[in-house]
Design a protein around this ligand. Structure first.
Ligand SMILES: Nc1ncnc2c1ncn2[C@@H]1O[C@H](COP(=O)(O)OP(=O)(O)OP(=O)(O)O)[C@@H](O)[C@H]1O
Ligand SMILES: [Mg+2]
Length: 266
């Protein structure tokens, strides 16, 4: 009898726990449920990156970030997205990744394994310097010689010695400065050599010389890239500009035209 009572108590606690989990799951799911009648952007995989009549809204469908965007990034060409803070630059990148899909139209992009996303604050994995460099290919096999070569390219040649080798396990997000983390993320990019790279203020903490070095490497490596950034220094590494005005209007122009526009204002 006492066993039954004991188990019953546990069962009640278990049931209460499941109930709580259930409501937690509801909360987690809630933002993903679109309001009825609302449409989502279609993502189609192909060997190009393009937008066809894309209207992108915030996930709660309250604000239109960009209206009727149609454009294409030619292979080997760089695109830089500009606009003031909050105008929707990162949101366009989120939509490419498929994280945001409120809206209409179609995004055509390569399979996600063909693309690498670099955020402003890179994701530092728990583990060794080696696994830091291999990320996102956790089981990759790259020689130390190749790793050293790439660290040299991103101006981090002394890092293995500083931290006592490729097997050193440190709290990387706190041990490395943001600029060093950004260069490490670029090292991953150079090791992975994806056909497409999406860079959201990925060099914002770097001095101009380091930024130049990284973009030159990227251009030499045949990667097609889309950048977001506030610094005018970024423009020179791209062929096209997508300018957002914050009111859902956009302009697509050759980088020279945008530079001329800036010069006219100066
Ligand atoms: N989860 C969310 N739900 C609703 N609106 C959001 C959400 N996240 C961001 N926003 C809003 O979407 C708008 C566009 O944000 P986004 O991050 O694309 O701006 P941004 O151009 O990248 O700005 P910054 O230059 O500051 O990075 C902003 O007004 C922001 O407040
Ligand atoms: Mg942003």
């Amino acid at each position: 009898m006492s066993v039954i009572v004991d188990q019953f108590e546990r069962l009640t606690a278990f049931a209460a726990g499941v109930n709580r989990l259930d409501s937690l799951a509801d909360v987690l799911k809630a933002p993903l449920l679109k309001p009825s009648g609302m449409t989502t952007i279609d993502v189609t995989e192909d060997s190009q990156l393009a937008w066809r009549n894309v209207t992108l809204l915030t996930p709660n469908y309250q604000r239109t970030l960009v209206r009727d965007l149609s454009a294409m990034v030619q292979s080997g060409e760089g695109l830089v997205i500009v606009g003031h803070s909050g105008s929707g630059k990162s949101s366009i990148l989120r939509a490419i990744a498929g994280l945001w899909n409120a809206g209409t139209g179609q995004i055509i992009r390569p399979h996600l394994t063909q693309m690498m996303f670099l955020p402003q604050r890179p994701y530092m994995v728990l583990g060794s310097l080696r696994s830091q460099l291999l990320y996102p290919k956790i089981d990759g096999n790259i020689s130390e010689e190749r790793m050293r070569q790439v660290l040299e390219q991103v101006n981090l040649a002394d890092l293995p010695e500083r931290v006592e080798g490729f097997d050193a396990e440190l709290d990387w997000a706190n041990v490395l400065s943001l600029g060093e983390q950004q260069r490490l993320a670029f090292a991953r990019l150079l090791l992975t050599k994806p056909p497409y790279a999406i860079l959201d203020e990925a060099t914002s903490a770097l001095d101009l010389a380091n930024e130049k070095r990284l973009y030159q490497l990227l251009k030499a490596g045949q990667t097609t890239f889309v950048s977001v950034g506030h610094r005018a220094s970024l423009l020179q590494y791209h062929e096209y500009v997508l300018k957002l005005d914050g009111d859902a209007n956009w302009q697509w122009m050759p980088v020279q035209d945008y530079v001329a526009e800036l010069d006219a204002f100066a």
